[in-house]
Design a protein. Structure first.
Length: 381
């Protein structure tokens, strides 16, 4: 007997709230995409056509992705693979299915794939944010246990039933909802200031994946491989975010110099710092000192970037330096707060360190996409 009633997952007529939220997100996304497609004078029915391909392919991709990394569960009962009502859909598999749908529709309507992806990206992240409330109703996608009474409140934490008792856990579904909304606003801004086709989708990948890298490390129900501390979605998120930064770097290869290489090196340090912290929090607390050194290296890399850019341009550019300096202040504050914490419980501290690292990763992408990148020619737009 639970100490309080569970939330009712059914909205009406046997249809779950999760399904209602997803359908609502799809309809909102369709309206947004149609408006942008009309603004760009694309074929009138292209977004409906995309939806007809994307929905089944995304469901299939999401299910196959989950089954692939939980194959041991389905070996003895293969028919359970088709029971998606019992759960088991992974967003990255759904995105891969959506990419396939976009490719099909772009060829069918003779529209650049990058243009189609740019239109879909804001609606996609908005839909992901709306869908996270389905996790709240289903009491899933929650995070680490919260034992401190002062932190046992929503939205920082959420109560989850374990056996006959409710326990407080990090409300990671809500963290991702908030991040998705921020990314949605960012993409609308990027779309208004888009320099090249495909930039909106690249910024979706960079910003969403950077946030997911941090949030996934706090979850209790992640898909894992090799060991329980290696989360598939976290590793994939970090790799994708770093690959976007590398892509921004490679497309200005005609301007490769110390100025453009420095952000790339800093981006790699960001990923290293994040995963050092992940293993430190998971089981290897002895990594604390090394993690602090990597954080200090990040701060140094920011100063080097500012110095190189100032020398290259011949003047101090405050608009370029200010975001880096603000992030540097955060890193410096964390370094000070980390003094004497080697033997403490650093669960939250590690998360703050990872947030600083992923923020720096996003800034590295921004530097290579905007300040350090020459204006593109008309053919590149």
């Amino acid at each position: 007997m639970l100490s309080r009633p569970l939330l009712d997952r059914i909205a009406f007529f046997g249809i779950s709230w999760y399904a209602v939220l997803i359908v609502g997100a799809i309809l909102i996304g369709l309206v947004l995409c149609n408006r942008e497609a009309q603004r760009q004078h694309l074929p009138q029915d292209i977004m409906v056509d995309f939806l007809l391909y994307a929905i089944p392919l995304a469901i299939i991709g999401a299910r196959l992705y989950y089954v692939l990394f939980r194959f041991d569960i389905y070996v003895e009962d293969p028919m359970a693979i088709f029971d998606i009502r019992s759960g088991g859909l992974a967003i990255y598999g759904g995105i891969l299915g959506g990419l396939l749908a976009a490719r099909i529709v772009s060829r069918k309507h003779d529209v650049p794939l990058s243009t189609l992806l740019d239109i879909v990206a804001p609606a996609l992240v908005l839909g992901q944010g709306i869908g996270r409330w389905g996790n709240y109703i289903n009491m899933e996608a929650y995070g680490l246990r919260i034992s401190e009474e002062a932190l046992q409140f929503f939205p920082f934490a959420v109560e989850i039933p374990v056996g006959d008792v409710w326990y407080w856990h990090m409300a990671t579904f809500f963290y991702e909802f908030c991040w998705d909304m921020l990314v949605f606003v960012l993409l609308l801004f990027v779309r208004r200031n888009c320099r090249r086709r495909g930039d909106v989708f690249c910024w979706y990948l960079l910003s969403y994946c950077a946030g997911r890298t941090v949030i996934e490390g706090l979850r209790n129900d992640s898909l894992t491989f090799i060991s329980e501390f290696v989360r598939i979605s976290q590793v994939l998120s970090a790799i994708v975010a770093l690959c976007v930064v590398v892509y921004f770097f490679l497309r200005i290869r005609d301007r490769i110099s110390a100025v453009t290489i420095a952000p790339l090196v800093s981006a790699v340090l960001c990923v290293v710092t994040t995963f050092l912290g992940e293993f430190e929090r998971g089981a290897y607390s002895s990594l604390f000192t090394i993690s602090q050194f990597s954080l200090a290296a990040l701060l140094l890399s920011q100063l080097v970037i500012i110095a190189l850019w100032t020398l290259d341009s011949g003047r101090f550019d405050l608009r370029t330096a200010l975001p880096l300096l603000l992030c540097g202040c955060l890193i410096a504050a964390l370094l000070v707060l980390g003094i004497g914490r080697a033997n403490e419980d650093n669960t939250y501290y590690v998360t703050l360190r990872q947030c600083a690292a992923m923020l720096q990763l996003i800034l590295c992408g921004w530097l290579l996409c905007y300040p350090f990148c020459p204006n593109p020619s008309e053919s590149e737009r």
